[in-house]
Write a protein that binds this ligand. Structure first.
Ligand SMILES: Cc1cc2nc3c(=O)[nH]c(=O)nc-3n(C[C@H](O)[C@H](O)[C@H](O)COP(=O)(O)OP(=O)(O)OC[C@H]3O[C@@H](n4cnc5c(N)ncnc54)[C@H](O)[C@@H]3O)c2cc1C
Length: 261
């Protein structure tokens, strides 16, 4: 069984800084990590590899050359192969252009059974790339997967809802997006780290995949980040003194003063 995992290298912070001109992420000076949901996606693939003999896991990322570090982390966790999609032509992409590039690479790889992605990346936060890849490949997708079970040629998943979950059966090929409740990602093993640095990670550029240049990168991205900012901190709170009755009276007084009630 061939499993593909889409993983993104993200800044280790929720306060992403944006280039004011291009509206793209500024990565300099910020530590980068494997996107947390993608670690859950990889873990689920690794669990299948622990259980079955014939599982091959390939991790794919589109990103700058330094995304190689994150791919080696995935190899050290237990993935078999990794592919880095990196080319100036791919840079600054929105989700539509990103998924065009990634799905073109997946078409080149071919013969896949399950594609795991994360629910969302902690920098862009759109949760669009996984579903868009499935749409472009013309395969079914199940998002928000919180549990996964494979039996014969069918997969049964629980799809997380706000107030519960739904159970869905699906056949391969399929794309699933993982939420953090799916599992607890493993650490890299010492042998895994050693092996990861002896493996070659192919870098695919524009010339290596069949994709229309008018559908990738910054210039072809239909959405642009117009403005991005960190909300100003909330004003100082007020502590109410006294016993419960006094606190309620003070609260009523303050609310009336502000014409809330
Ligand atoms: C503040 C901010 C706002 C943005 N708003 C928008 C917007 O509204 N619309 C828009 O189109 N773009 C937006 N972008 C651009 C966005 O960062 C890029 O499109 C990005 O390449 C992918 O989107 P995402 O980070 O939201 O990923 P998500 O869609 O949240 O990622 C979901 C999953 O897809 C996979 N994935 C995502 N990117 C990659 C990758 N490069 N390589 C491999 N797998 C990947 C991972 O498995 C990931 O867990 C915004 C960026 C920022 C910083």
């Amino acid at each position: 069984m061939n499993i593909l995992v889409c993983a993104k290298q993200v800044p280790n912070t929720n306060e992403v800084k944006i280039d004011p001109v291009k509206g793209t992420l500024i990565r300099d000076g910020v530590e980068s990590i494997l996107n947390p949901d993608d670690a859950n996606a990889l873990e689920e693939a690794l669990k299948l590899k622990d259980t079955y003999d014939d599982v091959n896991i390939t991790v794919i990322t589109m990103g700058p050359p330094q995304a190689d570090d994150m791919l080696r982390e995935c190899l050290a966790m237990g993935a078999d192969e990794a592919i880095l999609l990196s080319d100036r032509a791919f840079g600054g992409a929105d989700t539509w252009a990103t998924s065009n590039t990634i799905s073109a690479a997946i078409e080149k790889i071919g013969n896949y059974h399950i594609i795991f992605a994360g629910r969302q990346a902690i920098d862009g936060d759109t949760a669009q790339v996984g579903p868009q890849i499935a749409e472009k490949l013309g395969i079914p997708q199940i998002t928000y997967v919180q549990s996964f079970e494979l039996s014969d040629d069918e997969i049964m998943v629980q799809r997380q809802l706000e107030d519960g979950y739904e159970v869905i059966m699906v056949k391969t090929p399929v794309l699933l997006t993982a939420v953090k409740e799916l599992n607890k990602p493993r650490y890299m093993s010492v042998k895994g780290i050693y092996d990861a640095y002896s493996k070659q990670i192919p870098v695919w550029g524009l010339k290596d995949i069949q994709v229309d240049e008018a559908k990738i990168g910054l210039k072809s991205s239909p959405t642009k980040v117009f403005r991005s900012f960190t909300p100003p901190p909330k004003g100082k709170g007020m502590m109410l003194e006294g016993n419960l009755k006094e606190k309620v009276n003070s609260l009523m007084y303050e609310l009336k003063l502000k014409h809330v009630i």
